[in-house]
Design a protein around this ligand. Structure first.
Ligand code: ADP
Ligand code: TRP
Length: 334
């Protein structure tokens, strides 16, 4: 039996954080053990907002180094840059012709940019480029080109995967089974990780805990996690505390239980549990950080992995592209 395919992408748009790690990177690396896995740097998605070539290049290498440092085996996983697969753009156009415009009007990234304009009494489309508007079609092409079954992502990407499925269905209804219908894989417990201010951890807010910050900086950020002002002796509900809600994803089961009981008993200061969170993160990521730094000093190695990945990705996509071209009645390779 051939193995199922898992695929996901990350935009090179800023510092990788624990939300990215728990919501996407860790589940993706877990799936890679059972699935044929393709993971990539979504640089053309990032182009909707990143308009500086040096930033794009550096952040693309950072993501590659991060996946490797966190345990990805590049011999198994096909890891590549989205922009190194030209067939993607051919497929994007084909899919656009099967995408109802109304579906794009409802896509959340476009909608929230438009709502923000309306709230500020600006033109609804002010500052919105067509890349942002058609973003979900490019993402659908990413997913459909390789016959992906499973797409590990955080909750905020669910709608995009559903759009890919809708477009695939519209195409298949017309031509027969060309595309595999993908499914988002979203682990409930890590669907939306809170940031240090309690809102969703995101590059867009200044609330993230970086995966690879130097120990001193990480500790400072952890100490800034927002907590309530109840006195130390009072019992507390751990599930309402940001410190616990991050800690519970990293501590060993008995440590999590002990921390839960500590909250329920009371008699501790937040500084103490923050220190424990910091130590746990340091234990989890300390070694990976060293590896990450070494990799960032060896860019040719990263480049080689990316080139090898794109060769393998193109090979996987070729038969599906051929099927799609044949279905729509344009030139195809025999
Ligand atoms: P950001 O929101 O910081 O800009 P991205 O949109 O680049 O992050 O997300 C990259 C991946 O990480 C996506 O699969 C996304 O769903 C996941 N992700 C981002 N933030 C979180 C979070 N706070 N909790 C869970 N998953 C997240
Ligand atoms: N849109 C995704 C994000 O913002 C990144 C992405 C691009 C992606 N193409 C993809 C994720 C295909 C999964 C599958 O995080």
């Amino acid at each position: 039996m051939t193995r199922k395919i898992s695929l996901s992408g990350v935009k090179p748009t800023g510092t990788l954080h624990l939300g990215n790690y728990l919501g996407m990177i860790r589940p993706a690396l877990e799936l890679a053990r059972e699935y044929t896995s393709l993971y990539f740097i979504a640089d053309y998605h990032a182009l909707t907002t990143v308009h500086n070539g040096d930033d794009m290049r550096r952040m693309s290498y950072e993501i590659t180094a991060a996946f490797l440092a966190l345990g990805m085996d590049p011999g198994e996983t096909i890891f590549f840059r989205q922009s190194d697969v030209p067939e993607l753009f051919e497929l994007t156009w084909i899919l656009e012709c099967f995408t109802p415009k109304g579906l794009m009007n409802r896509a959340h990234a476009y909608k929230s940019a438009m709502d923000a304009n309306l709230a500020e009494e600006r033109d609804p489309d002010a500052g919105i480029n067509m890349g942002l508007y058609t973003y979900p079609v490019l993402m659908s092409a990413d997913i459909l080109l390789y016959g992906s079954h499973a797409v590990p992502v955080g909750q905020d990407q669910r709608q995009h995967v559903e759009i890919a499925r809708d477009i695939a269905q519209a195409f298949n209804n017309n031509y027969g089974e060309v595309f595999v219908l993908p499914e988002a894989v979203i682990q409930k417990e890590v669907a939306t990780i809170p940031g240090i201010d309690g809102r969703k951890m995101s590059k867009s807010y200044d609330n993230l805990l970086p995966i690879f910050a130097p120990a001193g900086k990480l500790r400072k950020r952890v100490m800034r996690v927002v907590t309530d002002s109840r006195p130390p002796e009072e019992p507390k509900n751990p599930d309402e505390c940001n410190v616990f809600n991050i800690f519970k994803h990293f501590g060993a089961p008995e440590e999590i239980q002990a921390m839960r009981e500590l909250y329920q008993r009371g008699g501790f200061g937040y500084g103490e549990v923050k220190q424990r969170l910091y130590e746990t993160l340091e234990r989890t990521f300390g070694q990976a950080r060293e590896k990450y730094e070494a990799l960032m000093n060896d860019l040719p190695v990263l480049e080689e992995i990316l080139l090898d990945g794109s060769r393998r990705a193109r090979k996987m996509g070729a038969p599906i592209m051929e099927k799609a071209r044949k279905a729509i009645g344009v030139r195809y390779q025999r």
